[in-house]
Design a protein around this ligand. Structure first.
Ligand SMILES: Nc1ncnc2c1ncn2[C@@H]1O[C@H](COP(=O)(O)OP(=O)(O)O)[C@@H](O)[C@H]1O
Ligand SMILES: Nc1ccn([C@@H]2O[C@H](COP(=O)(O)OP(=O)(O)O)[C@@H](O)[C@H]2O)c(=O)n1
Length: 419
């Protein structure tokens, strides 16, 4: 077993394992002996007793490499495993220990013989930073055992009984959102791009466009800065352009225009890198906001609410209740990011939003496609929008006509920003 797995092993028996089945996590843990009648965890209860299951967890310390390898591993397993093998995302963590989450995949092999799957997994273990376990039905009784591949250390017999684990209060991914999916300072996001500059040449170009540090908020901008937020097709572009014309305002967006050549490239990257890119876009826009607000009101199409809400809603799965709890520090506005005077979030009935999407008929990001067919994801994004703390934020129903929405938002801006 790779040396990189050793830190993971030190508290192996205290770990909880979560397997994602049909968009919801199922939990199990391990014990070295059976202490009484135990149930079979849901993950295993429907697996035929003659079949095998496996987990492949990614270890190592280089976070950029691990993030990229997670996607590559999925592609490799989908390509090379026998078709009778089912693949589900999984993770393992130490309860309440931030940074203890390791990610990987859970395989259920329904083929006649496990030999080709095992050959592939042995190969992976030799070459890649992974930790592999197999799961077998115990000879007597319905219980399953977990077997760590390769010798583990003195006194460790390398197998455990698999038992159900209580559902944790927080979705396990919540523990790894901080400065991985959502960045809370300019330096944290910039550091990620620095770390990937040798494997993604475009990162250097983005780094060159960045301000030398986050713009320090001046006491009060001369003119108000108003951010318009909302899901795709809620009418942000329509509204922001009308506001610009009505108020003689400057219109900005995040990500800013200067990042356009690199956006598609970073959209292909895993969350760690993609989110750092969008986070840095906000800091570039923040600098422009500060400059422009000395001359005229500023309207901004998307800002930190989008960056944080989409990231949090993607990191967790399942219903709205799996989001970080209301009031969590994960919804806290970064202290080094300029706060707008007002944030307006446009909301729209899902059917009307779909109709507008159809009328517009443009290409969408993968995330926006996901929003379309995943009702729960849409609800999570909208709820995360609501939970973000920091600048004043008002929700506006965007279903009336474009002019009525404009008039309502103008009234709000005049009332709240004394224009
Ligand atoms: N209030 C409105 N009523 C009806 N249609 C609207 C309204 N606002 C925008 N639209 C239309 O809906 C589509 C999406 O609007 P758009 O401004 O591009 O949304 P976004 O920028 O939020 O993705 C466009 O075809 C636009 O003309
Ligand atoms: N400030 C921003 C803006 C967009 N984004 C990401 O970009 C996607 C939406 O951007 P988009 O260009 O499709 O939005 P529209 O302006 O077309 O509605 C979301 O999936 C977010 O993940 C972000 O993270 N931060």
């Amino acid at each position: 077993m790779a040396r990189r797995a050793f830190p993971l092993l030190s508290q192996w028996a205290s770990r909880v394992f979560a397997v994602e089945l049909n968009g919801a996590p199922f939990y199990f843990t391990i014990q070295d002996k059976i202490r009484g009648p135990e149930e079979v965890p849901r993950v295993f209860s429907e697996v035929h007793s003659s079949n095998r299951c496996y987990s492949v967890l990614i270890c190592g310390i280089n976070r950029v490499r691990k993030a990229q390898f997670y996607g590559q591993l999925r592609d490799k397993l989908l390509r090379d495993l026998p078709p009778e093998c089912d693949l589900s995302p999984m993770c393992s963590y130490l309860p309440n220990v931030r940074g203890s989450v390791v990610k990987g995949y859970f395989l259920t092999d329904n083929s006649e013989s496990p030999s080709s799957t095992e050959r592939l997994l042995r190969d992976l273990l030799q070459r890649d930073p992974v930790m592999v376990c197999s799961y077998l039905r115990a000879e007597e009784g319905p219980l399953w055992t977990q077997h760590l591949w390769a010798s583990v250390g003195k006194g460790d017999r390398g197998f455990y009984f698999v038992v159900p684990s209580d559902e944790p209060q927080q979705h396990p991914s919540v523990h790894s959102i901080y400065n991985t999916d959502v960045f809370y300072s300019f330096e944290e996001a910039r550091q990620v791009l620095k770390e990937c500059a040798d494997i993604i040449p475009e990162a250097t170009s983005v780094l060159e466009l960045l301000p030398s540090r986050a713009a320090t908020a001046r006491n009060k901008p001369d003119f108000p800065v108003v951010v318009i937020e909302g899901l795709d097709a809620t009418g942000k572009t329509t509204l922001t352009e009308s506001l610009r014309d009505s108020l003689g305002a400057t219109l900005l967006r995040s990500p800013p225009q200067c990042l356009s050549p690199w956006r598609a490239r970073f959209d292909q990257e895993p969350p760690l890198i993609r989110r750092a890119f969008y986070a840095l876009g906000n800091y570039i826009t923040a600098e422009q906001m500060e400059q422009e607000a000395t001359n005229a009101p500023v309207i901004v199409d998307r800002f930190w609410h989008s960056t944080a809400s989409y990231a949090i809603a993607t990191a967790v799965s399942g219903p709205v209740s799996s989001l970080p709890a209301e009031g969590s520090e994960l919804y806290r506005w970064p202290s080094d990011l300029v706060q707008p005077s007002l944030v307006v979030v446009l909301t729209l009935d899902p059917e009307e939003r779909k109709r507008r999407l159809r009328v517009r008929g443009q290409g969408k990001t993968e995330e926006e496609k996901e929003l379309d067919h995943n009702h729960l994801f849409r609800l999570r994004v909208e709820e995360a929008y609501r939970r973000i703390s920091g600048p004043a934020c008002i929700t506006v129903d965007a279903s009336p006509s474009a002019d009525q929405v404009l008039q309502q938002v103008l009234l709000l801006i005049r009332g709240k920003c004394h224009l």
